[in-house]
Design a protein around this ligand. Structure first.
Ligand SMILES: C[S@@+](CC[C@H](N)C(=O)[O-])C[C@H]1O[C@@H](n2cnc3c(N)ncnc32)[C@H](O)[C@@H]1O
Length: 367
């Protein structure tokens, strides 16, 4: 029997340590970790698995209190969940939460995920560590069934977004990019690194849903068997050039003197068919889920990298027009969208000259 706080999240209730994190990356404030702010993150897992809508064996490999495990088991039909954590302190919470929800499709496991995933394969594996997921990537690829899915979180956003270049180069073997697009770049480093790791096993990846949110990056990828799939994924890697004075961004398949940042994932971030099937009903943060789903669905995801409207206003020294009006002006000339990464950001296939022209038009200046 454990004591703590009873939380109702989505359609599920669970007990967590009374002294737990309520925001930020969180830390263990009692013996077992729980962060209330990750409710939306857990909602997305539930929506994702509901949208796949098939028999799935799920391994919540770093389950802590089992909050995500029991939510998946209770709210995503046709799942059979293993709630695993290396910490012996986590197990009473996991077991109490399974009991509380009367779950017959969820079991606890007190293993080091490396040994668990060396012995068992799953259709979906969730990796949710403190900081970088790199130490766990290899094992999660080994434990992923053919055409299965990995959900990988990284909370070491500062190195990935270029604030600590040496750390990013060490962990991800990738040169990060600092600038207004650094969060998209960080997310694309994470995905590119998973692609490179999977390729070592002759496997490719297909990103299904990729998120930059709060204090973390997270991507859901399908792992696909075969050297051909691995090569297809590696072909999506790009090196980027960025000039903060002219705002010019460009990418190249090979690194050179200018394209010195990377490698980044240059391909798609989302699977539009999956997004169309995702339903926010009954989630904990239903309005936020609904809003994010709309943003993801319209987002141009096959072009790195985003812009911030403030970059354009500082560069042209013209007062900022409303973003919607600016986007509408750009859409007359080519594909342009908002991005979930920033409420003041946009993605476009237009050249810089076309962006500047559209900006002047939106700001009421003659073209
Ligand atoms: C950030 S917490 C997970 C939070 C949890 N997924 C949630 O949604 O509340 C990270 C957890 O990973 C566990 N962990 C760390 N290394 C592990 C390993 N090698 N195998 C299994 N669990 C591990 C820790 O004990 C900790 O509970």
């Amino acid at each position: 029997m454990v004591t703590g706080t009873l939380i109702k999240e989505g359609r599920t209730s669970f007990i967590v340590p009374e002294d737990h994190s309520a925001g930020g990356p969180g830390k263990i404030v009692d013996s077992v970790f729980f962060n209330e702010q990750m409710a939306f993150n857990r909602d997305v897992s539930v929506m994702f698995l509901r949208a796949l809508d098939r028999e799935m064996t799920v391994c919540d490999a770093m389950a802590a209190t089992g909050s995500r495990s029991v939510r998946i088991a209770y709210e995503a039909p046709r799942t059979t969940v293993t709630a695993n954590d290396i910490s012996a302190y986590a197990i009473p919470y996991i077991e109490e939460n399974i009991r509380l929800n009367k779950l017959e499709n969820c079991t606890s496991s007190n293993r080091n995920l490396h040994s668990l995933l060396a012995e068992h394969v799953f259709d979906y594996i969730d990796i949710d560590p403190f900081g970088s997921p790199m130490p766990f990537l290899h094992s999660s690829i080994i434990g992923c069934r053919r055409n299965g899915y990995l959900a990988i979180t990284a909370t070491d956003t500062a190195p990935l977004a270029g604030a600590h270049r040496d750390k990013c180069e060490r962990r991800y073997q990738c040169r990060p990019l600092r600038g207004p697009m650094c969060h998209e770049a960080g997310l694309r480093i994470l995905i590119g690194t998973i692609a490179r790791e999977a390729a070592k096993f002759d496997k490719g990846i297909r990103p299904m849903l990729s998120i930059s949110s709060d204090h973390y990056f997270r991507t859901y990828v399908q792992v696909r068997d075969g050297a051909g799939k691995a090569d297809e994924s590696l072909d999506e890697l790009v090196y980027l050039a960025y000039n903060p004075v002219t705002l010019e961004r460009s990418y190249s398949r090979e690194p050179d003197e200018n394209h010195k940042y990377g490698p980044f994932w240059g391909g798609k971030l989302f699977d539009t068919e999956l997004l169309a099937r995702m339903d926010p009903s009954g989630t904990a943060a239903e309005r936020r889920c609904d809003k994010m789903l709309s943003l993801w669905k319209q987002e141009i995801d096959d072009i790195p990298l985003m812009y911030e409207i403030s970059e354009i206003s500082s560069h042209l020294k013209i007062t900022t027009p409303p973003l919607d009006r600016f986007i509408e002006c750009m859409q007359q000339y080519g594909r342009t969208s908002r991005t979930h990464i920033s409420p003041t950001g946009f993605k476009t296939e237009l050249s810089l000259k076309e962006i500047f022209d559209a900006y002047r038009e939106a700001a009421g200046e003659k073209r």
